[in-house]
Design a protein around this ligand. Structure first.
Ligand SMILES: [Zn+2]
Length: 298
């Protein structure tokens, strides 16, 4: 599949010019979506951009995106002090260190219904994020079914090193596939570790096309994101993951996430991982206390 999705870099200037010319259409679009589900939009700790599919953080700090970083005085140790409406000092935060339980428990009925999609790739200054095209008809959208509830795939993005650790050990890279339940606004995030190993054909084109600077964009042809999942990921008995209740790992750290972290990994070569690390700049939050939570194994 590597040759099937050439990437096209778009400069931020070109994108904003296009966005400006479409502003009228976007305004109408957002009015329509507000009228469809007004209750769901009001109390959520984030907003979903209808145009890009990106989650924008809602804050009470004058409604602006508050600056934060992965180091220094705006780093993770201080996130809880930056804005008092954030949950970063809460008791159910993510990521966590996973100590694999001795036994498995089949409490989660999880099925993937991901479809072929184009993605819009953005360097947002914190990660490289692939926003999944959102079709007008929900029946054509990618989703997972988790114990009978549908969570739609909004985007996936990358962290280096991994955010979750296993027995205290980081993997080089972790992918987060972010899904949202439009009924109650809860999120389901699937985490997949990338370990060093075989060359991964999915990253052939990406490594030359990832937008390297904040604000840069790129887009892709159509493909199915399942190429980034480990073998057996959609099998009742071969899909192995850890799950627990936690939070967004970036501000506002909202405690609304069903975490499912895969216990089988995918691989990328040493060179591919080095290039990801160079772009991602250690964009991981340190692990947080489990407190009264249990991590379970599926
Ligand atoms: Zn993430």
């Amino acid at each position: 599949m590597s040759s099937k999705h050439p990437f096209f870099k778009i400069s931020a200037g070109v994108f904003f010019a296009a966005a400006l010319s479409m502003m009228g259409a976007c305004t109408n679009e957002s009015k329509i979506s507000e009228s469809v589900e007004p209750q769901a939009e009001i109390n959520e700790p984030y907003l979903v951009n209808d145009f890009t599919g990106e989650i924008t953080l809602r804050t009470d700090c004058e409604g602006t995106n508050i600056h934060w970083e992965y180091e220094g005085i705006d780093g993770p140790d201080y996130w809880e002090d930056i804005c008092n409406s954030w949950d970063c000092g809460g008791n159910h935060q993510s990521p966590v260190n996973i100590i694999p339980p001795a036994s498995r428990n089949l409490a989660k009925k999880l099925r993937f219904y991901w479809k072929n999609t184009a993605t819009f790739i953005v360097n947002n200054g914190h990660t490289i994020q692939y926003n999944v095209d959102q079709p007008a008809n929900l029946n054509e959208a990618s989703y997972i079914s988790l114990n009978g509830q549908k969570f739609y795939l909004l985007q996936f993005h990358f962290h280096a090193e991994s955010e979750h650790t296993v027995n205290g050990v980081h993997y080089p890279v972790e992918i987060h596939f972010v899904h949202r339940n439009p009924i109650d606004g809860q999120l389901a995030v699937v985490g997949v570790f990338i370990e060093e190993g075989n060359h991964n054909p999915f990253f052939d084109d990406i490594m030359t096309s990832w937008p390297h600077d904040e604000g840069d964009f790129a887009s892709s042809d159509t493909y199915n994101p399942k190429v980034l999942m480990p073998a057996g990921y959609n099998s009742t008995y071969d899909a192995h993951f850890w799950w627990y209740g936690g939070s967004l790992t970036t501000p506002p750290c909202s405690e609304i996430v069903n975490w499912m972290v895969w216990s089988t990994n995918i691989e990328a070569s040493h060179e591919q991982i080095a290039e990801m690390e160079a772009i991602l700049h250690e964009n991981y939050r340190p692990t947080q206390p489990l407190n009264n939570r249990l991590v379970k194994a599926q």
